[in-house]
Design a protein around this ligand. Sequence first.
Ligand code: SF4
Ligand code: SF4
Length: 143
Amino acid sequence: MSDRFWEKPLAALTRAEWEALCDGCGKCCLHKVEDADSGEIYPTNIACKLLDRHSCRCSHYRGRKAFVPDCVRLTADKVGALSWLPSTCAYRLRAAGKPLPDWHYLISGDRESVHAAGMSVRGWTVAEDEAGDIEHHLVDRDL
Ligand code: SF4
Ligand code: SF4
């Protein structure tokens, strides 16, 4: 990976650099609810069944599509159009030409920074098989 690769345009990243850009927040792995009238998409605190709710990482990343067929694979082309991506998402920030935040591990050098800063889903999600009615799990916070 090249020096300070996270400052390159998304389209110029190698596959390894692309994967390494993820901050490990886990916010994109929460179930979402779409308002039938407005089309707005709202996050819930229900974690995808493959999300490790402590590490906030996918427990079966390479083979995830076999278990979660609708898991979205991010690409440089798609990022700008995905309104449900959290405002803190590293891909979203870089697509907009913004720098990574101080708590991103590529800046801090520590994978725990995202959790310590309260920017991940650690500690406030429920498992999907324990959640019950999804309408009761809408998240009242800015992601
Ligand atoms: S399959 Fe993995 S990457 Fe996809 S939403 Fe679930 S936990 Fe996240
Ligand atoms: S929201 Fe973005 S940075 Fe956070 S885990 Fe998902 S893809 Fe990675």
